[in-house]
Design a protein around this ligand. Sequence first.
Ligand SMILES: [Zn+2]
Length: 392
Amino acid sequence: MRKSRVVFMFLDLVVSGLSQRVAGPPQGRHRAAPRHSGETRSRNPLAEVSRICSQPTAGPSRRVMAVFAVAALVFAQSAPAFAYLKFGIESSSGPLTLKWPRPVRYFVNNGSVPGVAASDLQAAVGRAFSTWQAVPTASISYQFVGLTAALPTQEDGQSTLGFDLRPDLDRVLASTDILLDNTTGEIVEADIFFNAAFPWSTAPAGEAGRYDLESIAVHEIGHLSGLGHSALGETELRADGGRRVLAAEAVMFPIAYPAGNVSARTLRADDVAGISDLYPDGGFRDATGSVSGRVTHNGVGVYGAHIVAFDPATGSLVGALSLDSQGRFAMLGLSPGPHILRVEPLDDADLGSFFDADRKIDLDFRVAFVPQLVVVPRAGDSGSVEIAVAGK
Ligand SMILES: [Zn+2]
């Protein structure tokens, strides 16, 4: 029996300050397919995700809508929701979370670009995979199989990372697409291409004017592993309408640091919570706790509020979004002990990085703090924290 398959595609955008979004899909990669596909091996390009900066006023593409609609559907039906976005699909037997059922075997394409030989590429992505694999509370592992002439844009049963020259994608630094079995949610293949139209570097300390391959690989491998975007970052609007990242507390923040910066080589608490929740190991469930609750505005549940838990003992931040019409949220994988909870509108990145564009997101409220510390019990939940926010 042939399995039905769906592909999720993450096109990560990069260049800040441009006044346009990528208008169309890359040639030959997108095929129209129903969102909840029963088709055999249908390509379902579901997400276009901004990695460095996108027009805050531009509408998300249909592909974004599709993937976030699917994700939101899963969140809405599975309680509790999660601290970071992870992706799921709806199946006849209920929502399924995308994840690998076994160690990920990957190939590296033997092509090179100026400044980055195939061996440099292999080493840089190897370090990026090792970063995720080193998380002690997560079980996912990755195995390098070998260099290959196969392209990362081929659907061939092999997961391949490599360069692809796509000058037409003038804001896309890299892209991940995931082929999954939509009867189980199991990922069967994932490919990542780095756009050779941009200048790249694998220099240990980064290189001015060149994008750090390892940093971008860490972000893409987060997608390859099943993670979506985190909202834990601060940006400022630029005069040209783009956004500049001031700080990101997750490598899965959808807007990247500029060329030359290597900060995103290192996972943050939110990334660790995300990968650990998908692939729990090392007593993760017993050693951590959760906070759940509800955000309301004038008595009505807020959809898409960003809730941030700060642990003053460790300095770590984990974020969550309220993901149903009652404003409910849940954050898993928190360190036990008292936390400071803050609620803010989701206004530091393009909403299309997180949500179905049809979804009404309430941005018209002021940042609020929960007046008392919220204690996270070990292996337990805080109990519902009710947060009422006020209009601006
Ligand atoms: Zn991304």
